[in-house]
Design a protein around this ligand. Sequence first.
Ligand SMILES: NC(=O)c1ccc[n+]([C@@H]2O[C@H](COP(=O)([O-])OP(=O)(O)OC[C@H]3O[C@@H](n4cnc5c(N)ncnc54)[C@H](O)[C@@H]3O)[C@@H](O)[C@H]2O)c1
Length: 250
Amino acid sequence: MEQKTALVTGAARGIGLATTKLFLEAGWSVVMVDRDAEVLQSEAAALDNATAIVCDVSDPQAVDDMAAEAVAINGRIDAVVNNAGVADFGPIEETDFARWRRVMETNLDGVFLVSQALIPALKITKGALLNIASISGLRASTLRVAYGTSKAAVIQLTKQQAAELGEYGIRANCVCPGPVRTKLAMAVHSQDIIDAYHDAIPLNRYGSEQEIAEVIVFLCSDKASYVTGQIVAADGGFESTGVGLPALRK
Ligand SMILES: NC(=O)c1ccc[n+]([C@@H]2O[C@H](COP(=O)([O-])OP(=O)(O)OC[C@H]3O[C@@H](n4cnc5c(N)ncnc54)[C@H](O)[C@@H]3O)[C@@H](O)[C@H]2O)c1
């Protein structure tokens, strides 16, 4: 069987790096994309079958160039994981347009641009798009006017992609992680927030990068060949709880 190739954005660290390593374990080749050149190149250098491409996913021209370079590496792309993201938590009145755009340009524009640039390659392989949103895109909260809205838009973008690209055999799914102790999360999660998440999440803990990666790689694999347009929360049960007040538990 021919070796499959996955392209993972935001692959230099956190969930993207864990996803890269899991694809490699499963026998895939990986194109690692990130704008943090130094960390990306040092992580990629330590891995077999992984190639680094430095690219800011919010820059349309850079994305087109990256896509051409990525396809040329193995002549195929079988899965695109749109994982690159930024977090910026602040009240609505303090979220000026520059902060709003900084979040939207990576979290939403980046997913649109990278997906679009790689659709021709995915048509050939009947490949998979996998977008990373968040529980913040499923449930509203304070301080997430830009982040939560960007992630809710990624959920809808995934459904649009599934609806329109299904006829080419391309699947599109979305994973919504709950809290994971990555650099992104730790920059915005105080100890109070960490404790409150533990209380509110039925499994009473944060997830790991590996636990999120397992869901991502499954949805990109042939094992999920009849799954498209789905939004899967990997969140310890947070999304499912509704009136999930810790005070209502035994
Ligand atoms: N960690 C969590 O608790 C959590 C929860 C829900 C969703 N998520 C989502 O998971 C994804 C990965 O997050 P993480 O926690 O691993 O974060 P992280 O900060 O550890 O990694 C994100 C990576 O994306 C890269 N990146 C950011 N903007 C980019 C851009 N414009 N172009 C190219 N690369 C860019 C960064 O350089 C970094 O390497 C994000 O989309 C995030 O919103 C994370």
